[in-house]
Write a protein that binds this ligand. Structure first.
Ligand code: ATR
Length: 278
């Protein structure tokens, strides 16, 4: 019986046990994946307890994504660049930290719009926001070879810290108002902040009405599923991408780290959508 967990505080609403339960069934792995609610100041002792109980891998969510770092033996390149870990695996006597948020987002986008990936050296991408999610998505796009990635944020300085992760010049940082003015220049626009999430679902981080009809607009907010930004993008004739699917693919990447097997997503997309819509 293999043991996996997700740790966080709060953790009640985590969908990870459902996702990983499905994965284990699909690939015939006998195991359990449980929620472990750990208060911020109990992380160290609880981690030791997990080791005693034989947990071999776990996901990490708020508020432990950074606090777990000093307790681990190694970080992979991406987790190091993010300064945050969402997946931990015990391998050859070492606890190793990974961050699968970026690759999870990338896979979900590629699944929906493979044509973007075929043209990654031609298209212009704009990321809105400069928090943890923006950092993960920027770095994943950059590592994957997307040639032009601009970053717009309310606070320019934070945006510059993210573009500084790239060792080639991939793009510029800009204010939200200049992003709005030049929105028609972009082929892929990714909204990474919480703006537009319930109960503030009447808000949109920028006015997207001048977006190109051929562009793809993506929003990582999934409450509501179709945010005002996505609604307006659709009205303007653009294509849209629902960010909730990244939950499945970041879990898939974590599962692969633990087991070496990449499970099929199949109709889990549809099932997850129904669960999120209640
Ligand atoms: P996470 O780590 O989950 O991505 P975060 O670090 O809190 O979240 O990042 C929040 C992002 O949303 C930041 O880019 C923030 O802008 P600032 O860097 O200027 O703070 C952005 N953000 C949050 N509320 C916003 C708002 N009302 N308008 C514009 N941007 C907002």
């Amino acid at each position: 019986m293999r043991k996996f967990q997700v740790i966080g505080y709060p953790i009640e609403h985590s969908l990870s046990p459902w996702i990983h339960g499905q994965f284990m069934d699909k690939v015939n792995i006998e195991g359990e994946y449980t929620k472990n609610k750990i208060k911020p100041d109990h992380l160290k002792e609880e981690f030791l307890q997990m080791q005693k109980e034989g947990v071999e891998g776990f996901n990490v969510t708020l508020p432990h994504k950074q606090a777990i770092l000093p307790l681990l033996d190694e970080l992979d390149d991406t987790a190091g660049k993010m300064g945050a870990v969402n997946t931990v695996a015990y391998k050859e006597g070492k606890w190793i930290g990974y961050n699968t948020d970026g690759i999870g987002y990338l896979r979900s986008l590629e699944q929906a719009y493979p044509e973007l990936f075929a043209k990654k050296d031609e298209i212009k991408t704009l990321i809105l926001g400069a928090g943890g999610a923006a950092r993960a998505i920027f770095y994943a796009l950059y590592k994957n070879g997307f040639a032009s990635i601009d970053l717009a944020n309310r606070t320019l300085q934070t945006a510059k810290q993210i573009t500084g992760l790239a060792d080639r010049n991939v793009g510029n940082t800009l204010t939200l108002s200049s992003a709005e003015q030049s929105i028609a220049a972009y082929d892929l626009i990714i909204q990474t902040t919480s703006v537009g999430m319930v109960p503030n679902d009447e808000l949109s981080i920028i006015d997207i009405s001048n977006v190109k009809k051929t562009a793809v607009v993506s929003d990582i907010v999934y409450q509501p599923m179709e945010t005002k930004l996505l609604h307006d993008a659709k009205e303007a004739g653009a294509k849209i991408h629902f960010g909730y699917t990244m939950l499945l693919y970041q879990a898939q990447a974590a599962f692969e780290i633990w087991t070496g097997i990449r499970p099929e997503i199949g109709d889990m997309n549809q099932q997850l959508k129904q669960m999120l819509e209640g």
